[in-house]
Design a protein around this ligand. Structure first.
Ligand code: GLV
Ligand code: MG
Length: 346
């Protein structure tokens, strides 16, 4: 077993020291762009002001004959824009693919100092993270990169879900994890053809002994996995995210899927279509009424201990901690979003 102190030593001579804490950043939406398309690259300066994270996608949805153009397009877009507080992430190709090694080497060599996070698809276990960790340290050293590039795993294989705790704890380079419902459905043999969201046939039917109409209520196909992912992430001080929602024609279902993930502990989601950006912004920013109530709890218990009643509801040390989660997130939102900042201060 690795000694605890060794986790915080660079894995290559000359690589930057691993971070002890996951950086605090507002990441309500990770907006996916296909970097091989010039028209898309031209819109990056506008997009920087609209979203919290821009991710250049090199993996699935990029045709095999466009993989190299996507990589080059991403490097160009990283070099030509000032991202300010907006995160710059990339999703590389899967480690077993013919493109992954050159994706990693070329990205670090050409835009390693601009890159915040590498999203690694189809992570099956901690070994995938260890491989990335060592290789990135070598490349950071070779290219004189000043801060460690973080890793974000997609949870999208049955084996990955089995190993989710070990993946979350694999390295100080871990930023977080996203649910990948499309690949995960295939890997598990689920009988669906959707990208995220529910299924009308996954329901619980009222008992045959019940009187009147026999209602069936749709259940959440992703509840188990999201809960497992959130616990693994939070227990290791890293962040959990919902992934893609593929039905762009159903904003209500998209909002509901995002909201379930938010309430369960996720900090953000992927947005694949511009129409999903505002949905994510609304859902992953705490509700103004909830923020005002949370602040009343914090004010009523300045040292976070004891018990008070507010509007007939009991508050104690535990609800103080819940209120702090909501208030901390609201304060982070205020640093980027003046409209919400105004609504939170009423
Ligand atoms: C995302 O990559 C997914 O497979 O859902
Ligand atoms: Mg996938």
């Amino acid at each position: 077993m690795k000694s605890p102190k060794a986790f915080f030593k660079p894995l290559a001579l000359g690589a930057p020291a691993p971070l002890k804490e996951t950086p605090v950043a507002l990441e309500r939406m990770i907006h996916f762009v296909p970097p091989h398309i010039e028209k898309v690259r031209a819109k990056i300066p506008q997009l920087i002001n609209q979203v919290d994270v821009i991710l250049g996608n090199l993996e699935d949805a990029i045709p095999a004959d466009k993989k190299l153009e996507a990589r080059a397009g991403f490097i160009e877009m990283a070099k030509e824009n000032d991202f300010g507080k907006t995160g710059l992430w990339v999703r590389i190709n899967a480690l077993e693919s013919p493109w992954a090694l050159d994706d990693i080497c070329e990205l670090v060599a050409n835009c390693g100092d601009q890159l915040d996070v590498i999203m690694v698809p189809k992570v099956n276990g901690p070994w995938d993270i260890h491989y990335m960790d060592q290789l990135l340290a070598q490349l950071e050293a070779r290219n004189n990169i000043q801060r460690p590039i973080l890793l974000h795993a997609i949870l999208e294989t049955a084996e990955g879900v089995n190993n989710v705790e070990a993946i979350a704890a694999a390295s100080p380079r871990m930023h977080g994890m996203s649910l990948g419902p499309a690949d995960l459905a295939a890997s598990r043999g689920m009988k669906t053809t959707r990208v995220g969201g529910g299924h009308p046939d996954y329901k619980v039917l009222a008992d045959s002994m019940s009187e009147g109409t026999r209602f069936g209520y749709q259940q959440d196909l992703w509840h188990y996995t999201i809960a497992k992912m959130v616990d693994a992430c939070m227990a290791n001080g890293i962040k959990a995210f919902y992934g893609p929602f593929g039905d762009f024609s159903d904003p209500e279902a998209c909002e509901s899927q995002f909201r379930n993930a938010f309430l369960m502990g996720c900090l953000g989601t992927w947005t694949l279509h511009p129409s999903q950006i505002d949905i994510a912004k609304t859902v992953f920013s705490p509700d103004p009424e909830e923020v005002l109530f949370a602040r009343r709890i914090l004010e009523a218990m300045p040292d976070g201990s004891g018990a008070v009643m507010i509007d007939g509801k009991m508050q104690d040390d535990a609800t103080w901690k819940q209120a702090k989660v909501i208030n901390d997130l609201a304060e982070l939102v205020c640093t980027k979003d003046p409209d919400l900042a105004a609504r939170y201060s009423n």
